[in-house]
Design a protein around this ligand. Structure first.
Ligand SMILES: [Zn+2]
Length: 108
């Protein structure tokens, strides 16, 4: 998985978190989660972005589980659940910038 910053046009937007479903207000730029095939899974809310890699995987699997139970509405939901489950099994999460460097360093 890869996390990359994306600029918002217009500069503020109501986003729908890709890994927990929460709605949040983003400003100027928002982190997006990509799988190893560079499919854009969507934006991450501040809580998911701040979560540890293990917590993020947990959130992804829990959210996929809830989608499969049909308790939530999400655009393209069943496909999204499948992508979340597949991506959660990918061995590395690459975070952007200094934060990514620090997290990589901390993991060793
Ligand atoms: Zn979230």
């Amino acid at each position: 998985m890869n996390i990359r910053w994306q600029r918002l046009h217009p500069p503020t937007a109501l986003c729908h978190c890709a890994t927990c479903g929460q709605r949040f207000q983003a400003k100027k730029q928002v982190p997006h989660l990509f799988n190893d095939a560079y499919l854009d899974l969507g934006p991450l809310c501040p809580q998911c972005f701040a979560a540890s890699p293990a917590q993020l995987r947990e959130r992804m699997l829990r959210y996929a589980y809830l989608i499969r139970l049909n308790r939530l509405r999400h655009p393209g939901s069943q496909d999204h659940a499948r992508h979340l489950e597949q991506s959660a099994r990918e061995p590395f999460i690459h975070y952007p910038g200094l934060l990514g460097w620090l997290r990589y360093w901390r993991r060793r």
